[in-house]
Design a protein around this ligand. Structure first.
Ligand SMILES: NC(=O)c1ccc[n+]([C@@H]2O[C@H](COP(=O)([O-])OP(=O)(O)OC[C@H]3O[C@@H](n4cnc5c(N)ncnc54)[C@H](O)[C@@H]3O)[C@@H](O)[C@H]2O)c1
Ligand SMILES: O=C(O)[C@H](O)CO
Length: 321
């Protein structure tokens, strides 16, 4: 019997191919960079499964290119804004993602960014390297403390809650959050308050973004929202770059409308080295490394492979979108 063909859009932790081998003919994109659009369209031809990454746009054109054999798209990420879900559903193509296993890793990065910006680690480290560090400065490198301050979580889902648990438990922070529905457990255990976004922005010393990217959340944080924030506020984004209007962010940081920002995600990715954000001392950008731990990436690879195998077998996906 001929095996179904699976297109794998990048080199992944070995567990992914180990699980798939024997069940499918693997057509894997080589190299560290994503497939070009043309390579993607060629690569998926005749496939029954696609293992995609967040940098691969999976839309009607790709589904057309794959053709009628396509049964499953398995995204190597929890976010799936790169996939046209409605288009896949119309064609009865199953879509899976990799939730939970990257929650802790991503929450840790959000807090690492928050602390780094609050305590100006980027400026400090640069001063050490450049020789600007000449003495212990009683008035130098002044930052912000976290203890007892107010944390605003925009999108109280898995990662939002993991950040809140760490920060309320570790730094006794007051908690405000936005969500589709009130979270009674978060309120009871962490003293959370479900509030409108405007109230969260006005009250919070630290704002951390954890909503998925959608038409509703694109540019959720723009010039009007920065106006509501405290001048001492820090914004952290580990969700998706497009949730923030980046031009407005650059303005808010340059004019010190807010204290600083820590970004694991931005627009575009990679951010061009000429981007004005990179000229600012109060902005720390890291290269989308929220889930970049060995444990998280291995577990994501396993979930992605299990989703593919289930989809190929016509079974419900263990981690379906
Ligand atoms: N930086 C990284 O490497 C990295 C890693 C993992 C996830 N992410 C991003 O983080 C996002 C969140 O992941 P998660 O596992 O916590 O997802 P999740 O689904 O558990 O949480 C998202 C929450 O946001 C809520 N929400 C949706 N739209 C909203 C809106 N308009 N206003 C308020 N709340 C809204 C949802 O109801 C949900 O509770 C992902 O979609 C992904 O884009 C990034
Ligand atoms: O959505 C996700 O999973 C991240 O952005 C990458 O791990």
């Amino acid at each position: 019997m001929t095996k179904p063909i699976v297109y794998i859009a990048r080199q992944l932790p070995a567990i992914a191919t180990q699980l798939l081998e024997g069940h499918a003919e693997l057509r894997q994109h080589a190299g560290e960079l994503p497939p070009t659009r043309q390579e993607l369209l060629e690569g998926v031809k005749g496939c029954a499964g696609i293992l995609s990454l967040l940098s691969d746009r999976i839309d009607a054109e790709v589904l057309d290119a794959a053709g009628p054999n396509l049964k499953v798209i398995s995204n190597f990420a929890v976010g799936y804004n790169n996939i046209e879900i409605a288009e896949a559903r119309n064609r009865q193509i199953a879509v899976g993602n990799t939730p939970d296993v990257l929650t802790d890793a991503t929450a840790d990065i959000a807090i690492a960014l928050l602390l780094s910006v609050a305590r100006r680690l980027k400026e400090g480290e640069r001063a050490v390297r450049s020789g600007e560090w000449t003495t212990w400065e009683p008035l130098g490198w002044m930052g912000l403390e976290l203890q007892g301050k107010t944390l605003g979580i925009v999108g109280m889902g898995r990662i939002g809650e993991a950040v809140a648990r760490r920060m309320v438990g570790g730094w006794g922070m007051q908690l405000r959050y936005t969500a589709r529905t009130t979270k009674p457990l978060v309120d009871a255990q962490l003293g959370g308050r479900h509030v409108p976004l405007a109230e969260l922005l006005a009250d919070s010393d630290f704002v951390s973004l954890h909503v998925p990217l959608s038409t509703e959340t694109r540019h959720l944080i723009g010039a009007a929202e920065f106006e509501l924030m405290k001048p001492t506020a820090v914004l952290v984004n580990t969700a998706r770059g497009e949730i923030v209007d980046q031009e407005a962010l650059e303005g808010a940081l340059r004019t010190r409308r807010i204290f600083g920002a820590g970004l694991d995600v931005c627009t575009p990715e990679p951010l061009p080295t000429s981007d004005p954000l990179l000229k600012l001392d109060n902005c720390l950008v890291v290269p989308h490394i929220g889930s970049a731990t060995l444990a998280a990436r291995d577990a994501m690879a396993e979930r992605a492979a299990r989703n593919l195998l289930a989809g190929l077998a016509g079974s419900p996906l263990p981690f379906a979108v």
